[in-house]
Design a protein around this ligand. Sequence first.
Ligand SMILES: [Zn+2]
Length: 225
Amino acid sequence: MKKSLNINGGVIEYNLKIAQQKNIILNVKSGKVNISAPPGVDCGDIEKLIQRNINKINNVIHRYNINRKISLNSKDPYIIIFNKKYPIKFYKKEIDIKLTNQMLHITQGSDVDFMIKKIYNYLKQYYKNLFQDYLNKWSKKMNLEYDELVVKNMVSRWGICYPFEYKIILNIRLIHFDVRILEYVIIHELAHLLHTNHSKEFWMYVAKFCHYYKDVKKVLKNPGV
Ligand SMILES: [Zn+2]
């Protein structure tokens, strides 16, 4: 049974299965939330369980989605950057990591997490100017000035704005989506220079520059931007 729950401004969809068991059990598999519960279960109890675990659930879903954007699986290693699939070529010898028009070259390592970190660190430098160009474009259009841009590898946020420092942080993982999603996050963070919270006025202001923001929010599925 498909169900959904509004939570912290986002929607969590889950699959509910009724089974002969004592407790409510929650798991996240392939980016999907599954709940099994005993007959006659109180829906409020299910919602409470989701509420209590919301950060963990979002992190697991997020990691799953990101993992589909980079695969270091030896059969078909690739990375998706702005809708283009770049094969990854591994080298046994120590080389400088490099992205060309055709592929990403990297030294083979045994620790996948370490290699992913290394890739994002390299791409942070590689795409800093592009992120900066888009930020400047929207800063001019919206007539909102900022002082500093930092591109970071983050797990739970797509962007952060420090309005009092005029500082904006963007997540390098935004390269995995369409450019217009990067532009939405930029518009969103710039808008925080004017409206520090997510008020109605804030969203009306965002909509002026990004009429498609509701679709983007679905793609990013991360209430914490
Ligand atoms: Zn925000």
